[in-house]
Design a protein around this ligand. Structure first.
Ligand code: CP
Length: 304
């Protein structure tokens, strides 16, 4: 999202709106990518992103395969990152959707092979399609993004979602606030043009949108600090806490949720939550991204 223009983001969002009509139709089919091949390569686990890219490809009538490259197997067989990409390219891939724990891996892949490379998450760096579906969900509920006080809560330092969301929200004119413990929210992030808080109630005051992030235990080398109990009592999102925000606040979460740690059931399953709609919108966004990157043009070509 760092390199995307406001116009490019808006094009994806308009295209996703058309894709949602397809997803809401009886057969969910539009042969817009007939004859195209898409390869999903996920070096890190994924439920939502991988599943929605696969469904998106199928709804648009592309051929799709999923590889889960195993590090141990690759080492035993001696195949490098580059050779693995060259192999799927030789199979005829038009696009490779990839998730990798290494920051910059998608950019590197783009220099190695000709198919379109779509970043489905690279370490703690970026997760652009998550940011696009978050923007789409906000617009669907609120009608716009500009001027909305949007609060991102939690493990900001380890979050690729936070970075991509900040870029996208800022480009569409939101007032972005970050809040979390000092161990998970470095002061340098203020350089992104956002307001930092370490007190949750202060950050939530008058919020239009609250994005609760997953605590990424797998990226915290020295163990989780503060303790889970401390974190829950200071930053865990429950209905009482949420009262500091506006009455019609929208709550989103990228998933998977650590329910009972960063978010309580009365919020994530409550009437202010759009967590399930985010997942559905993820399919529409990924249909739009596949279509626009492989076929090009604009949303006018998206017909059934
Ligand atoms: N939000 C997200 O990226 O979820 P997955 O890890 O399940 O793809």
């Amino acid at each position: 999202m760092a390199g995307a223009t406001k116009e490019e983001i808006e094009l994806v969002l308009r295209s996703a709106r058309r894709m949602k009509d397809i997803v809401n139709s009886a057969d969910k089919k539009a042969p817009l990518l007939h004859g195209k091949s898409i390869v999903n390569m996920f070096w890190e686990p994924s439920t939502r992103t991988r599943g929605s890219f696969e469904l998106a490809a199928k709804y648009l009538d592309a051929s799709v395969i999923n590889f889960t490259p195993r590090r141990q197997l690759r080492r035993q067989r001696g195949e490098s990152f580059r050779d693995t990409l060259l192999t799927v390219t030789a199979m005829g891939a038009d696009a490779i959707v990839m998730r990798h724990k290494q920051e910059g891996s998608a950019s590197l892949a783009d220099t190695y092979v000709a198919p379109i490379i779509i970043n489905a998450g690279d370490g703690a760096h970026e997760h652009p399609t998550q940011a696009l579906l978050d923007l789409y969900t906000i617009i669907e509920v609120k009608g716009h993004v500009d001027g909305l006080k949007t609060v991102i809560v939690g493990d900001i330092d380890h979050s690729r979602v936070a970075r991509s969301d900040i870029y996208g929200l800022k480009k569409l004119g939101a007032d972005v606030h970050l809040v979390g413990p000092r161990t998970l929210l470095q002061p340098e992030l203020a350089k992104m043009g956002v307001t930092l808080h370490y007190d949750l109630d202060e950050a939530l005051d008058g919020a239009d949108v609250v994005n609760v992030l997953r605590i990424q235990k797998e990226r915290q080398g020295i163990g989780f600090f503060p303790s889970e109990g401390e974190y829950r009592s200071l930053y865990g999102m429950d209905r009482k806490r949420l009262q500091a925000a506006k009455k019609d606040v929208l709550v989103i979460h990228p998933g998977p949720m650590n329910r009972g740690l960063e978010i309580e059931p009365d919020v994530c399953y409550g009437e202010r939550s759009a967590v399930q709609e985010q997942v559905k919108n993820g399919v529409c966004i990924r249909m739009a991204v596949l279509y626009l990157t492989i076929i090009g043009g604009d949303e006018s070509g998206i017909t059934r």
